[in-house]
Design a protein around this ligand. Structure first.
Ligand code: FES
Length: 216
């Protein structure tokens, strides 16, 4: 012998054998039911309302009377772990709404900050973003300071090289435009060569001057 069960909220239905508890029938049909007390009739987490066909179910137990007040019982509520199908027929059940799952604290806080930020006027939004940027920068420096010494020294080298390049570029940019195409500074070798060439020219010039003087 069987009974037909329908779970309205979840839109699930099926046939169950006589003697099946509503709790088991629900789970078999894919309906999630809580069981805080472990199905021993000492809570009301598995309660559901029988809308039609209550006459095909077992009578209200003592535990149900303890945990469901008269108003709820009158409304057709039963503890599903305490009530079984006893006769063939059609039974329609409405499960209670699930309690909203608690969001993790961090998620709640982030959502609050997001809402607060959205409500800020534009200039305050910009100010907040700048402040955030400053915090991020200070955290970066704090990371550098707290890093092992070899890491810090490597970072400082890179920063120093970068700083020197900036300084050099800055100097070049400030030069008069005529100097900007200036050839590279002579190397030691080219300087020596040009020095000796200059000396040779001076010697030749002196010799010529002397001979001119003698002719006079
Ligand atoms: S699970 Fe606690 S009364 Fe049914």
């Amino acid at each position: 012998m069987e009974a037909e069960l329908k779970f309205e909220r979840e839109k699930r239905s099926g046939v169950v054998a006589i003697g099946t508890y509503l709790f088991d029938a629900a789970r078999r049909l894919g309906v999630e039911v809580e069981a805080e007390c472990g199905r021993i009739g000492k809570c009301d987490s598995c309660a559901m309302r029988v809308k039609e066909g209550s006459e095909f179910l077992s009578l209200v137990t003592e535990r149900e009377t303890e945990h469901l007040n008269a108003g709820r019982r009158k409304n057709g509520e039963r503890l599903s772990c305490q009530v079984k199908v006893e006769q063939s027929g059609e039974i329609t059940v409405m499960t209670n709404k699930k309690k909203e799952e608690e969001k993790p604290k961090d998620e709640v806080q982030t959502e609050e900050y997001r809402k607060q930020f959205e409500e800020l006027p534009l200039e305050k939004k910009v100010a907040s973003l700048l402040e955030l940027e400053a915090i991020t920068l200070s955290e970066t420096f704090s990371f550098v300071i707290n890093s092992p010494s070899h890491v810090v020294s490597k970072i400082m080298d890179v920063m120093a090289q970068f700083g020197l390049k900036l300084e050099d570029d800055d100097k070049k940019a400030k030069r008069p435009k005529e100097h900007k195409t200036e050839a590279k500074a002579p190397t030691a070798k080219t300087a020596a060569n040009s020095g000796s060439a200059a000396n040779g020219k001076t010697r030749r010039q002196n010799k010529k001057d002397n001979s001119d003087n003698n002719q006079e």
